[in-house]
Design a protein around this ligand. Structure first.
Ligand SMILES: Nc1nc2c(ncn2[C@@H]2O[C@H](COP(=O)(O)OP(=O)(O)OP(=O)(O)O)[C@@H](O)[C@H]2O)c(=O)[nH]1
Ligand SMILES: [Zn+2]
Length: 208
């Protein structure tokens, strides 16, 4: 495959003439080994392009390693008309992969903060979530990282993050128990210290 110089638009690696990331031979071979180990023949026609596809899919699932989610919080808005109440983005769907089985984690998040003088564009909260979700994760760390990033960069009075997700490693394999949801939360600042504020934000999130 011929290549053009320079990274693709996500900065994940050199791309070929078809505009797709070039997958090194050793990565493809690793996937062929896994196919063989699973019981199939990587040389059969339907599987010939699979190693390349799988590798590119994993680059996409793990796009978060190529970014610092904090960059999304650098553009602030100071003219907020004196608004100093809760800002909440809820029901944000996300996908991640568990670091134990590399199996999908599919869920939704609610992210809230209590602004101190300034706010950010609301889409940026979802961008921060995806930046940390697109890595190999456990749900507890994902929750903590999203909250800490907002806390460190916006310096708000409070941050609250609640994540609810299903883990495919519990449904498609292992204990094989569909329908169970894991819930994690991280409260910081006012939401941690003040019970009334915590109750208010949880109620706005739909957990009241
Ligand atoms: N706390 C936590 N556990 C997770 C998460 N994702 C997956 N797990 C769990 O990680 C554990 C790994 O347990 P191990 O005993 O090392 O692996 P295993 O033999 O594959 O475990 P089973 O899934 O019970 O078959 C399992 O209990 C998973 O359910 C997560 O985000 N947070
Ligand atoms: Zn798992």
């Amino acid at each position: 495959m011929s290549s053009i110089d320079g990274p693709d638009e996500d900065g994940t690696g050199p791309v070929g003439a078809d505009g797709k990331i070039i997958v090194p031979e050793n990565v493809q071979e690793a996937i062929r080994t896994l196919i063989r180990w699973s019981g199939d023949d990587p040389a059969r026609e339907g599987l010939l392009d699979t190693p390349r596809r799988v590798a590119r899919a994993w680059k996409e699932y793990c796009q978060g390693y190529g970014e610092d989610p904090a960059v999304h919080l650098s553009r602030i808005f100071e003219e907020v008309g004196g608004y100093d109440e809760v800002v909440l983005l809820k029901d944000i769907p996300f996908q991640s992969h568990c670091e134990h089985h590399m199996a999908p984690i599919i869920g939704k998040a609610a992210i809230a903060y209590l602004p101190r003088d300034h706010v950010v564009g609301i889409s940026k909260l979802a961008r921060v979530l995806h930046g940390f979700a697109r890595r190999l994760q456990i749900q507890e760390r994902l929750t903590a990282e999203v909250a800490q990033c907002i806390w460190d960069n916006l310096k708000p009075h409070g941050v609250a993050v609640v994540i609810e997700a299903n883990h495919a490693c519990m449904t498609a394999r292992g204990v094989r128990t569909p329908g169970v949801g894991m819930v994690t939360s991280r409260m910081m600042g006012t939401f941690l210290k003040d019970e009334r504020s915590r109750k208010e934000v949880l109620s706005l999130m739909g957990y009241g």
